[in-house]
Write a protein that binds this ligand. Structure first.
Ligand code: IMP
Length: 429
């Protein structure tokens, strides 16, 4: 019963969508287990771009089942639109290919409004959220006032839940945040309509997955965001509101930890971050800008320019340990081509001392100064290369350096956006 978890090892946007898409060929089932439409997984197939926010990136393969697990928070409007868009492109021909957990929590307009009003009121101190209501939806789940997918497909139950919950949320919006109360009737009609459209996909996802595990099906668990955005292990409070680490794959899909046999972390060959929060290797000069332009580093969900910097092995070492990674996937290696030399951060200087681990307090991380090692760059175009032995020696040297420092093998290398532009070094299942 092989299960492979693929998670982000940095601050998200590592290229997990492409990796999950290409690994789906080897899997039977793909499941998303956390996050929501704050994620944007960009896939390029046959030169054409598709961005998925909720549906697992495996949907582009016929005959593979995709599950949106209970750990995901779902904006049903986005979900319906995404299903329609994917169908329009000729995918998801059979509705049986997609399942949505009845236990997944639903994002309501009051979640989005609370997210946006709070951010606006924070000014300089804002987190830079995606404004999609993700945090407030997870808050409601923990506060036991959430509404789940199994409820929006049942109109009387949806009406009852809204009656119980909305007045209190409206009081919070008006009295504390200075916003406008939301009308219950409109929300009910819209959500009942989306519920009707989604009903055929809603089921006990966990039971399906448990059976799949028992039958020895190959399951690919698709993470969203990245380890440094994890609610517990990221750069708190500049994090997302779910656990993005590999262990979350079980809770967010409803299978036991024995279903997981491997965990691969995805990292770009450099670093990026969207939104606020400390980023020790950030580049503020022309080099940062050229990485942004060459790597197309603009958010696939919000279009915001991503902050760019050198690869940070402290961040990655943390990811290797916290996730228990068995493999590292390095993406966007081609973006580094043409640089004379490449810096890699191997530790931090903090108040005179040398740190090799990530401090838990964000104030300390903000004071950390990166300690760099400089490696020779390469000029060759590596985007078409499909075999490790064809990679120029300096590229191999870069990968070896990373492997040695992380004590984690590189299992897959991606150089270029297209599905075919990769070198797979280890069998995924
Ligand atoms: P939220 O998830 O919308 O609450 O945003 C919290 C933080 O996580 C912000 O800094 C966002 O920019 C960041 N974030 C959320 N989702 C993603 C993602 O998919 N990629 C990169 N950053 C993300």
């Amino acid at each position: 019963m092989p299960g492979l978890v693929v998670i982000g090892a940095q601050w998200g946007d590592e290229g997990k969508g492409k990796i999950v898409d290409l690994l789906t060929e080897h899997a039977d089932v793909v499941v998303r287990f956390q996050g929501g439409n704050n994620a944007g997984h960009t896939l390029v197939v046959g030169g054409k771009k598709i961005i998925l926010h909720l549906i697992p990136s495996g949907i582009l393969h016929r005959n593979k089942i995709c599950v949106i697990g209970n750990g995901v928070v779902i904006d049903p409007k986005v979900c319906v639109e995404e299903i329609e868009a994917v169908k329009k492109r000729g995918f998801l021909r059979s509705d049986r290919q997609l399942m949505i957990s009845d236990r997944a929590h639903v994002i309501f307009p009051y979640h989005r409004i609370i997210d946006q009003l709070r951010e606006a009121s924070k000014g300089e101190a804002k987190i830079g959220t995606t404004g999609r209501g993700i945090g407030p939806a997870y808050e409601d789940k923990a506060a036991r006032r959430g509404i789940r997918m199994g409820e929006i497909i049942d109109p009387p139950l949806l009406r009852k839940r809204l009656k119980d919950i909305l007045p209190e949320r409206n009081r919070y919006i008006t009295a504390i945040l200075g916003g406008q109360a939301l009308p219950e009737g409109e929300i009910f009609s819209a959500y009942a309509a989306w519920g009707r459209k989604l009903k055929k996909y809603v089921c006990d996802g966990s039971e399906f997955l448990q059976n799949a595990v028992e039958k020895g099906r190959r399951i690919l668990f698709e993470g969203a965001q990245g380890t440094s955005l994890d609610l517990d292990y990221g750069t708190y409070p500049f994090v997302t509101s779910s656990n993005t680490v590999g262990a979350s794959s079980c809770v967010g899909s409803g299978v036991g930890p024995r279903a997981v046999t491997d965990l691969w972390g995805v990292s770009k060959a450099y670093s990026t971050r969207v939104g606020a929060g400390p980023f020790p290797t950030e580049l503020f000069d022309g080099l940062g800008e050229s990485l942004r332009e060459k790597g197309g580093e603009y958010g696939s969900t919000t279009g915001r320019p991503r902050r760019c910097g050198w690869l940070d092995l402290v961040v990655l070492r943390h990811a290797v340990k916290i996730n228990g990674l068995t493999g590292l996937v390095v993406t966007k290696l081609d973006v580094l081509s043409g640089l004379k030399s490449i810096k890699v951060c191997t530790g931090y200087r903090l108040r005179g001392g040398l740190l090799k681990t990530l401090p838990s307090r964000v104030e300390d991380l903000a004071d950390c100064r990166p300690v760099y090692e400089e490696l020779p760059g390469w000029t060759e175009d590596i985007s078409g290369i499909r075999m490790l032995k064809r990679l120029p020696p300096r590229v191999k040297g870069y990968l070896k350096f990373v492997e040695k420092h992380l004590k984690c093998p590189v299992v897959l290398v991606s150089a270029g956006p297209d599905r075919e532009q990769h070198i797979l070094l280890k069998k995924p299942f």
